[in-house]
Design a protein around this ligand. Structure first.
Ligand code: DGL
Length: 256
């Protein structure tokens, strides 16, 4: 018998373990839902690949999630959103929810200083980010951070090597601290505490809650929200080494 539409799982994917930060938020806000999270760790990082490569990889993953009977897909990756969200929405009929770097909420904190926006090179080059910059980019300094997501993939969220990397990366922004920092990559959310040590007192803003709110809204609109009495759950999958699934599980249960 076909499963009831609303009890089918929600598929979520990222290039690696970073999208688990979106999953963690989604578990809080939608506890009755079943989630299948797919980390494409074999092909990570996406942020330094071409748009065409990321589009193809994202299509492959979306196809897998659809074959697993998902009722909706969340692209828990800013880079894949930028390269593939539009095309996936043209190809598939199921709801596809995507990320947006939090430039809009950060712009509310802008006064006479600047907002530092951290994202992958792919996201910053992408059309979506450039359009957002036109609207909310006053005072924004965009900083591509190649090499940063790799620390999270290694399970390093507070190591001396990570802090040495961050010290170099952030050196130009220490004399005058930013008014806000945008975490425009889902991996960076797991580095919140580490980044905060380099920018004491500066608010760090990400787009995870907004994305989950949008997911909830979309499911309600399409009558796909799981009933409150359903038992929610998570299946974690990775295209690469099985150790990635253990790391995802650890990150899912982390408070950071
Ligand atoms: N987590 C991804 C994002 O939100 C990208 C990391 C990468 O694969 O470079 O952009």
């Amino acid at each position: 018998m076909a499963k009831m539409e609303s009890t089918r799982p929600i598929g979520m994917f990222d290039s690696g373990v970073g999208g688990v930060s979106v999953l963690r938020q989604a578990r809080k806000m939608l506890p009755a839902e079943q989630f299948i999270f797919y980390g494409d760790t074999l092909h990570a990082p996406y942020g330094t690949k071409t748009r065409e490569e990321v589009l193809q990889l994202s299509r492959n993953v979306a196809e897998k999630l659809i074959n697993m009977d998902c009722k909706a897909i969340v692209i828990a990756c800013n880079t894949a959103t930028s390269a593939a969200a539009q095309t996936l929405r043209q190809i598939y009929t199921l709801p596809i929810i995507a990320m947006e770097p939090a430039l809009k909420p950060a712009s509310l904190l802008h006064r006479d200083g600047y907002v530092l926006s951290l994202a992958t090179p792919g996201t910053i080059k992408g059309e979506k980010y450039q359009q957002l910059l036109q609207k909310y980019g006053e005072g924004v300094v965009s900083l591509p951070c190649p090499g940063m997501m790799e620390f999270v993939e290694q399970g390093e969220t507070d190591s001396p090597a990570l802090h040495a990397f961050l010290t170099d990366l952030f050196a130009p922004y220490q004399e005058k601290l930013p008014e806000a920092i945008v975490l425009g990559c889902t991996h960076y959310v797991f580095l919140k505490n580490a980044i905060a040590k380099h920018f004491p007192g500066v608010p760090l803003i990400d787009g995870n809650e907004g994305t989950v709110r949008q997911l909830k809204h979309m499911l309600m609109e399409k009558d796909l929200l799981a009933g409150e009495n359903e038992e929610g759950g998570v299946t974690l999958l990775s295209s690469g080494d099985p150790g990635a699934v253990q790391l995802m599980d650890k990150l899912l249960n982390s408070k950071e």
